[in-house]
Design a protein around this ligand. Structure first.
Ligand code: ATR
Length: 297
């Protein structure tokens, strides 16, 4: 793929590639921002089966796309396909969620903005946050990005708690993290003195069992962050709020992970007001449907 393949006139087209992709919130986010900034552009969904991914990525410029988001189940295959044009976060996570054209070389490059989305939302929600120790619950795809950004950007010590300890241990090895692994039964000990608790498990999502944990070992200044966003206030956040702890819901992570892609494709850094505008639309939509409920473009 080269610069010359990419159209330089007409509306700037970007898409989200997934399978299934119909419930993606990304078009709402990007089209809201395009409108607010008066940019002639279009952000659409592209339903692509796993066996069609490589061809789709190859022909993306010919289809008129300037860039794309990549979501489940394609993030790892996109990472492989874009070698060696991936940046450090994508390399560490072995997964790509954002593709864009390098303005200098014309190469199509891949990055991963999931961790950045998590971290930016944290910094906006708790200005001046300077915690040293984090407890992360869960060891799925979202946890990988979160543990990585907590260690690299946040320079925090991470205690990773998962029901299946072996899965957590192999995740730590995969992303070359320094996190200490704890079993679920060691949760109380892990919470002792922690400045931040993050839930990345599916517990607490609508239709799933609540996450029932005793928050007593957390210090009073601790922040509790749940990346589940349906419901917006999970039982964990309600419990933390009742104890007077600062709480952060999961919707901002989804919104802020979109910001770096928008900047690359359209040249505009969105601000908190842009994010709030897109958030209001998604919140209204969630009240109607409540379909997708954890981070993912
Ligand atoms: P992601 O969407 O982040 O990729 P996932 O891969 O579906 O998420 O992972 C779900 C996480 O929730 C896992 O850490 C899982 O624990 P296991 O690795 O032990 O399976 C966790 N999880 C799901 N149900 C759980 C339960 N009932 N109790 C504790 N943890 C649970």
């Amino acid at each position: 793929m080269s610069e010359t393949d990419i159209p330089n006139t007409g509306p700037r087209k970007v898409c989200v590639i997934g399978w299934p992709v119909e419930h993606s919130r990304s078009p709402t986010i990007h089209n809201t921002w395009l409108k607010r900034h008066g940019i002639e552009g279009e952000y659409t969904k592209l339903a692509v089966k796993p066996e069609e991914l490589l061809d789709t990525l190859r022909y993306l410029p010919n289809l008129g796309f300037r860039g794309a988001n990549v979501t489940v189940p394609h993030k790892e295959a996109a990472f492989e396909a874009l070698q060696p044009f991936v940046d450090a976060p994508a390399e560490r996570l072995q997964a790509v969620n954002t593709m864009y054209r390098d303005p200098d070389t014309g190469d199509i490059r891949g990055t991963n903005t999931d961790g950045a989305g998590f971290w930016t939302h944290l910094k906006h929600s708790v200005p001046g946050f300077n915690g040293k120790t984090a407890v992360v619950l869960g060891a799925g795809g979202a946890a990988r990005a979160i543990v990585d950004v907590l260690e690299t950007e946040g320079r925090m010590k991470v205690r990773l708690v998962n029901r299946t300890v072996a899965r957590a241990a192999s995740m730590v090895a995969d992303i070359e993290a320094k996190a200490t692994v704890y079993g679920w039964e060691q949760l109380s000990a892990a919470l002792e003195g922690a400045d931040l608790l993050v839930n990345t498990t599916t517990l607490g999502m609508e239709g799933q069992a609540p996450l029932e944990i005793d928050l007593a070992p957390l210090p009073d200044h601790a922040v509790v962050y749940d990346i589940v966003y349906v419901p917006l206030e999970t039982p964990l956040l309600a419990q933390a709020r009742a104890r007077g702890l600062a709480v952060i819901d999961g919707l901002g992570m989804l919104l802020w992970q979109a910001a770096p892609g928008f900047a690359k494709w359209f040249g505009v850094e969105v601000d908190a007001e842009d994010v709030a505008a897109a958030r209001a639309l998604i919140e209204a939509d969630l009240k109607n449907t409540g379909l997708k409920n954890k981070e993912n473009n």
